[in-house]
Design a protein around this ligand. Sequence first.
Ligand SMILES: Nc1ncnc2c1ncn2[C@@H]1O[C@H](COP(=O)(O)OP(=O)(O)OP(=O)(O)O)[C@@H](O)[C@H]1O
Ligand SMILES: [Mg+2]
Length: 287
Amino acid sequence: MNGDEHRRDLKVVLEGQYKLAYELLEDAVSTGLTPIVIGPPGVGKSLLVRKFAIDTDRPFYEVFFDELLRPAYLIGSFDPAIVLQKGYCQEAFESGHLLQAMEEGGIFLAQELNRAGEFCQNSLLEPLEERSYYVPKIGRLRADEKFAFIATANPAELAGTHQFSEALRDRLRVWIPLIYPDRETELKIIRVNCEPATIAEDLLDKIYDIVKAAREEQDLEMAVSIRAGISIARLAAYHLSQHGELDGKDLINYARSVLLGTSKGRGWISLEKTIDDVIRGALKTHV
Ligand SMILES: Nc1ncnc2c1ncn2[C@@H]1O[C@H](COP(=O)(O)OP(=O)(O)OP(=O)(O)O)[C@@H](O)[C@H]1O
Ligand SMILES: [Mg+2]
């Protein structure tokens, strides 16, 4: 995916851990060291690196890695029609997103890098170490000095991810952790993601307390991310705009619907019950 599609105003809360992480990204890129932002789902990794890339005002390319992604998508391939006419020449080679970023001195965002299969991981070793890539029949393409590679990843123990090979891990030089933010920051994040609607403080507090309680509940196996709070808040704000009021039952219904999607319990019935208990427990402190 080409980054131009993302060149719109991003609403990013850049304080606390996000400010520190942003500064570390700047330091790493300025010193030519490859950074990787790691953390659980929905903690703001993708948004932060996208914001950084946009702020540099360089071309940027964003690729979401998974097992099916092939090196040709990153490196490029020869167009058979042109090869037939003119043979293997520069003109017949279409650079992939990584090589484009290298040639243009752009930023390459490798989202979810630890979902990459072995072939893809291997194809990154040369660009990261040598800042160049040898294309058979054409020669070595060297990266512009402004080229930078930035990765994000979920911690490896989460399902659906691979371990990094030793060689790739060694080339990722600056590890930047993000965790769930503190209360104040998370509330700000929820607020900016609901704009232009404004949400009353006491309602926001309730939503945060529900999310926090769900996050801490041992019987819910999946992490409850910042997305959950944003979703509940958006539903509540919409309801308010339509009906002028929101009672406890509405809030519980919205929260249940959102948390059912983000959580994993032992069986559906017991999941619903656990979630209801969590929500009611969290709201008790508000009466
Ligand atoms: N600092 C922030 N400022 C504003 N919004 C944020 C911030 N952090 C997270 N969000 C919001 O939280 C949601 C999740 O963010 P993002 O997609 O960046 O998370 P992620 O860590 O990349 O998740 P995943 O591991 O699932 O890819 C988005 O809706 C985003 O707008
Ligand atoms: Mg992401």
